[in-house]
Design a protein around this ligand. Structure first.
Ligand SMILES: [Mg+2]
Length: 312
């Protein structure tokens, strides 16, 4: 893994308007905070995302529910994926992974049980996110950690043994998910298939946590620019790293400048950004229509307003 800005020469060569940028939310676009509800997107980050989305295709992939991440980011005409990829929405697509939806009553039952017990551990936050659930322990005192872990394990074990759910760990959080072979990596690959970036366009994925490793790994064969946000050296499937959110901002600023430069250059000969979009949009339509292949639940195609925004 190499420091992104040490390799900027090779990275920028690989980037062009039309590239697909996939960002994680917590710890990537906003700092990790004590309670999940405090993670608001700063106005300057929102402004950068707005500007970069003018020359690049933008998607946010989060562990939060889709509804919530949309409300926090507040940008129209971009792609959103929530609950670690189980929900996807964007121009012309709105999808929910069917198997996860089917597991919903089981998850609800599971959620109620640990909630009652875990709520008694001071500082634990049990978050029912619809298709998945989280137990945050950032605020739990060190002396209570073992108790919390034992209580959590007791509560989820019967369902894990039955193969109904699986548990993953993030930054001071246990994630309870339906036992479906789906993660941020598979959601990212699916999005790429839907969006069909123009030939030669790059894929970029930035994230800070263990769930993002699934995406780094899935994109390895795609020649993607995968970036881990971490202030310490650690093992990762990402190709590059940046140290913190300020450096994510620097990266986005560089993309904006690069997009403008390339656009000016290509405007002199041919309107390449229009060419990029002309290539992209029909492919998106045809893929959205063939969603049965992917066994997705439903697909609505009533996003005319978002499409108009994107084209303007
Ligand atoms: Mg994160």
């Amino acid at each position: 893994m190499e420091y992104l800005f040490d390799r900027w020469g090779e990275v920028q060569k690989a980037l062009a308007p039309g590239a697909l940028l996939l960002f994680d939310y917590d710890g990537t676009l906003t700092p990790i905070v004590e309670k999940p509800e405090f993670a608001h997107l700063s106005e300057d980050m929102r402004d950068l995302l707005t500007r970069v989305s003018q020359n690049y295709v933008l998607g946010i992939i989060s562990g939060r529910p889709l509804k919530e991440v949309k409300k926090l980011v507040k940008l129209r005409g971009i792609y959103y994926s929530g609950n670690h990829g189980f929900e996807v929405e964007g121009p012309r697509v709105k999808l929910v992974k069917q198997e996860a939806e089917q597991a919903r009553p089981i998850l609800e039952k599971i959620c109620d049980e640990p909630k009652g017990k875990l709520d008694r551990v001071e500082g634990a936050i049990v978050e029912d996110k619809g298709l998945t659930a989280s137990v945050h322990y950032r605020l739990v005192a060190k002396k209570d950690l073992e108790k919390l872990k034992a209580t959590f394990e007791r509560a989820v074990k019967p369902y894990v043994d039955l193969g109904k759910i699986r548990i993953t760990h993030g930054k001071k959080v246990f994630e309870i998910r339906p036992n479906v072979d789906w993660d941020k990596g598979k959601a990212a690959l699916w999005l790429i298939e839907i969006i069909k970036p123009p030939k030669g366009a790059s894929l970029v994925y930035i994230g800070d946590d263990r769930t993002d490793e699934d995406a780094f790994l899935a994109l390895k064969n795609k020649n993607a620019i995968t970036i881990l946000v971490s202030n310490e050296i650690k093992r990762s499937n990402a190709k590059y790293f940046v140290k913190n959110i300020d450096e994510v901002k620097t990266f986005i600023e560089k993309l904006i400048n690069l997009g403008v430069q390339i656009k000016i250059k290509s405007d002199e000969s041919v309107d390449s950004s229009r060419r990029v979009w002309n290539q992209t949009w029909p492919s998106r339509r045809s893929n959205a229509e063939s969603d049965d292949r992917h066994q997705w639940g439903h697909c609505l195609r009533s996003f005319a307003q978002e499409t108009r925004n994107r084209k303007n």
